[in-house]
Design a protein around this ligand. Sequence first.
Ligand code: FES
Length: 87
Amino acid sequence: GFEVEVASTGQVVRVAPEQTVVQALESIGVCVQTSCEQGVCGTCLTRVLAGAPDHRDMYLTEEEQAAGDQFMPCCSRALSGRLVLDL
Ligand code: FES
C-alpha cells in the first residue's frame, strides 16, 4: 500500500492493495468524478504535486505519464510511499 495526501486539507489516507485511490479518497469524504473506472476516459484526471505515480491507464500519452504531474486515480497507483494530490 501507499498513502495519498489531499493538498487542500492535509488529509492523508492509506490506499490498501485491494482499493483504488478513488475508493480510498471516498472513504474520507473526498469525491473524484469518475466514469469508466478503467483508465480510458480521462474523467478522473488529477494533478500530482509530489510523489511518483505508477501509471496503469491507457489515457495519458507516454510523455504525459513520464512527466509524472498528473495521473488517473481510478486505476493508477504509486511507486513512492506517498502521492500529494491537487485536490
Ligand atoms: Fe475513466 Fe478514470 S474514470 S480514466
